[in-house]
Design a protein around this ligand. Structure first.
Ligand code: FES
Length: 193
């Protein structure tokens, strides 16, 4: 088949039609690739406003938050409960940030003060004040978020352990502010574990 090599004048120089089409094709591929890179970047790094669910949520000093025996404090926009308890009954206080979504099928459960437990309205799963499974179809304890303690320069001085517990008796927490990382979820233990 005969190839059309008719010359086209561009910028004072002659190139063939085939060369022109090749350049145009390469340019369009380049533009498409750049657009894809920008979209991927924007998708991978969502811009979260401070305190928004999915990112770090500063909650200040733990000393200004509810302590032992207090009802869980709900952070509705950030989807967690702040809870302090006496883990061993000997004065060791630990804090948790518990995800507000039920581990059964994802409903938002509620705190029932008169029963001292959380109850899910969808299928009746129940959890203790510290998020441990008690009854119903939920397969595991409630999930927790990572909590970090930072000093005035923003340097991390402490964080929750692998179970999502923050030791409030640690001297490192003196004067520190807490940040709940709602993008880092620690899955609750299976019921009966
Ligand atoms: S979603 Fe909570 S019990 Fe089913």
């Amino acid at each position: 088949m005969a190839v059309n090599t008719e010359a086209v004048a561009i910028g004072g120089s002659d190139i063939t039609r085939r060369e022109f089409l090749n350049y145009a094709w390469l340019a369009s591929i380049g533009v498409l690739t750049a657009e894809l890179a920008v979209v991927t970047y924007l998708f991978s790094y969502p811009r979260l406003a401070p305190g928004e669910f999915g990112g770090p949520v500063p909650i200040g000093s733990w000393e200004a938050l509810p302590g032992l025996k207090a009802d869980p404090l709900g952070f509705n926009r950030s989807k967690f409960w702040w809870i302090v308890d006496d883990e061993d009954g000997k004065g060791k206080k630990v804090a948790r940030a518990i995800y507000k979504v039920c581990t059964h099928l994802g409903c938002i459960y509620g705190w029932k003060q008169d029963q001292n437990k959380f109850i899910c309205p969808c299928h009746g799963s129940q959890f203790s004040r510290i998020g441990d499974y008690r009854a119903g179809p939920a397969p595991r304890n409630l999930d927790r978020f990572l909590i970090r303690a930072v000093d005035s320069s923003g340097n991390e001085v402490a964080r929750t352990d692998e179970e999502g517990l923050l030791d409030l008796t640690s001297p490192a927490l003196k004067g520190a502010n807490l940040v709940v990382e709602t993008g880092t979820r620690i899955q609750g233990k299976p019921k009966g574990a």
